[in-house]
Design a binder for this molecule. Structure first.
Ligand SMILES: C/C(=C\C(=O)O)C(=O)SCCNC(=O)CCNC(=O)[C@H](O)C(C)(C)COP(=O)(O)OP(=O)(O)OC[C@H]1O[C@@H](n2cnc3c(N)ncnc32)[C@H](O)[C@@H]1OP(=O)(O)O
Length: 354
């Protein structure tokens, strides 16, 4: 009788069997397709606190009732970074589990916030674009519009457009024009002469720094001191806690043979950590949205995520008298000073006068 667990026999069996595949390839996506994601999760206090704790998002309004009430919340709400990460995590099984990297995201908005713990999340995505990668014949580039909804009321809580590389079933011939164009780019830096750091983290501090920068060849740009070295918790545990099944985060065996050569940090962990560092140096009132987010290179276990901020504009038009609106560009970078993430963020920042 054949012993299927004999190593030689088993190796032969493995060679002959089919693998029941998970996820979809590039060819499976067509513009206009709408995908209702089956996974869903309850946004729990534990999940919220685990995410915020590990990414250094320690703003007391999300942890303590008195601080929450002082900011106009009924109770400590679900953090927008956790809501975003959970919305995306739920989509991975259908959209990107096959592999291929999260390249970028834009138009991240929270129409239904504040969201409180206990809310059940139901997510759907629509394919908005499919494109050939001119530099990587084994991949295509797909963009989806995703909406995370309150499963009970249908209210949209979080919405964004995201772009990934997705493996093709069949590689195509490409002209390599993408890479060639990149090489031709004139990359002479055009940095200002002066870099200004705001005196504090209130709205008025950002306004004053921008006014100072306006009068000379200067930018309001600075780095944050905190760093967070990536470990098993941030790389594997946090994405799985959002039901993100991307093999990039938890399958060392498969990833040893991939462009990164190792498991890598979930893009939402990288950006939330960098944003946590930035927020620790400001008086946030509310998060408004994020645009033009890009993931430039991999972050792996042992890498340290730091943050750099450039202040782009400040307007006195917030939803509350107690705050003003500030737009930032945040760049997450590693221990070798390489940018790993960048994006613009609009947030309402408390006024000192209140
Ligand atoms: C949730 C999740 C996974 C999931 O979801 O399951 C994750 O968290 S995973 C971890 C987070 N993620 C990363 O760790 C990736 C970091 N990144 C890189 O390591 C490099 O980016 C690369 C190795 C992937 C590629 O390297 P690279 O080939 O040198 O990169 P590029 O040439 O810049 O991009 C190639 C083509 O993507 C086009 N492109 C780039 N960015 C955008 C954008 N924002 N929108 C639209 N198109 C874009 C580009 O225009 C080019 O197109 P062409 O092929 O046509 O030229």
């Amino acid at each position: 009788m054949t012993d299927w667990t004999d190593p030689d026999t088993f190796a032969q069996a493995l060679e002959h069997v089919e693998t029941k595949e998970k996820g979809n390839c590039f060819e499976d996506f067509e513009e206009g397709d709408v995908i209702e994601h089956d996974p869903g999760l309850t946004l729990t206090q534990f999940g919220n606190e685990q995410w915020m704790g590990q990414t250094l998002n320690h703003d007391p309004a999300y942890w303590r009732s008195d601080a929450a009430e002082a900011r106009g919340f009924e109770e400590p709400p679900v953090h927008p970074d956790y809501l975003t990460a959970a919305t995306l995590g739920i989509t991975v099984e259908d959209l990107s589990e096959k592999g291929g990297y999260f390249l970028g995201r834009t138009d991240v908005r929270f129409p239904g916030t504040p969201v409180y713990t206990g809310t059940e999340l139901h997510v759907e995505s629509e394919v908005v674009n499919t494109a050939t990668s001119s530099s990587r014949p084994e991949y295509g580039i797909v963009s989806w519009r995703t909406r995370g909804k309150d499963a009970e009321t249908g209210e949209v809580l979080c919405s964004y457009e995201r772009t990934n590389m997705i493996p093709r079933r069949d590689p195509v011939a490409t002209d390599g024009s993408g890479a060639a164009a990149a090489e031709e780019e004139d990359d002479k830096p055009d940095l200002p002469e002066v870099f200004i750091t705001p005196d504090g983290g209130y709205f008025e501090d950002f306004v004053a720094a921008l006014e100072e920068a306006d009068s000379e060849n200067a930018a309001v740009a600075y780095r944050h001191e905190r760093g967070r070295t990536q470990d098993d918790v941030t790389v594997a545990q946090l994405p799985l806690s959002t039901l993100n099944t991307a093999k990039q985060h938890h399958n060392v065996d498969v990833m040893s043979d991939s462009p990164s050569g190792d498991i890598v940090t979930y893009g939402d962990v990288t950006r939330s950590t960098a944003l946590g560092h930035a927020r620790s140096d400001e008086q946030t009132w509310r998060e408004v949205g994020f645009d033009d987010e890009s993931f430039h290179t991999f972050v792996a276990v042992g890498d340290t995520v730091y943050a750099f901020t450039r202040v782009l504009s400040a307007e006195d038009d917030a939803s509350s008298e107690q705050a003003g609106t500030v737009t930032f560009e945040h760049i997450a970078f590693n221990q070798d000073d390489e940018p790993v993430y960048s994006g613009t963020r609009t947030a309402e920042i408390q006024k000192r006068s209140n």
